[in-house]
Write a protein that binds this ligand. Structure first.
Ligand code: NI
Length: 226
């Protein structure tokens, strides 16, 4: 499932994030790439331990915590601390799959990457190119979102970022270990939750809604890994 989460950051948070990121020193993105990805990665990143990355990462995590859509779509168990990248002057990232298991530099804690997230921090009219292209069995999906919007996609997907030929594209990217490992199971729970929410809007005390909520929780109880 590929899903857009609009307005993750407020316009004040975006302005603050851009000011901090514009003043930061960036390093070569190859430093955090795996062996295969190194060969195709041409961008800049903030080091994981950079104070700006830590501060803004906390801002992003707080924003995710107040998003019911994120919770329903990702069913997060652990969220990797958000990182930040910048593409400019033809910068791009060729086709790759994200590393399955990542360790936190600070604690060594390991996270299985089930869901990949890109939070766009630059308005799309400020740069040309820089589309995130996600491949699945339905074809290629091109994603270029307004600043503050985020896309979630299965970390199992092949994906790439097309060259940025004008301006610069700054984003936050990170991974989620979901309580539900398989994308198909997660999608099913998301669809069920969405239907329950729609039903609840139409009639608040519908007994069918109560029964379906029970089914949702019992599926979650059956499938969740903690
Ligand atoms: Ni990637």
């Amino acid at each position: 499932m590929l899903i857009t989460i609009p307005d993750v950051l407020t316009s004040e948070e975006l302005t603050q994030a851009r000011a901090i990121l514009d003043a930061a020193e960036w390093v070569d993105g190859k430093l955090t790439a795996g062996y295969q990805a190194q060969a195709v990665k041409e961008n800049l990143q903030l080091p994981e331990s950079h104070p700006a990355a830590v501060k803004l990462g906390e801002m992003v995590l707080a924003a995710l915590a107040r998003s019911p859509l994120f919770m329903s779509a990702a069913l997060p168990l652990k969220v990797f601390p958000p990182m930040f990248n910048r593409y400019t002057g033809g910068g791009h990232f060729g086709t790759h799959v994200d590393t399955a298991i990542r360790s936190l530099a600070s604690t060594g804690q390991r996270i299985r990457t089930d869901v990949s997230a890109t939070l766009f921090l630059t308005a799309p009219d400020r740069y040309d190119g820089g589309e995130l292209i996600v491949e699945d069995t339905y074809g290629m999906h091109s994603v270029k979102l307004p600043a503050g919007h985020m896309v979630l996609y299965p970390a199992t997907s092949l994906h790439h970022v097309t060259p940025v030929t004008r301006g610069e594209r700054v984003s936050s990217f990170f991974w989620i270990q979901s309580m539900i490992r398989a994308d198909g199971d997660r999608t099913l729970l998301y669809d069920l939750d969405t239907a329950i929410q729609r039903l609840a809007k139409e009639s608040h005390r519908n007994p069918i809604g109560v029964q379906l909520t029970g089914v949702y929780h019992n599926l979650l109880r059956r499938w969740a890994e903690m």
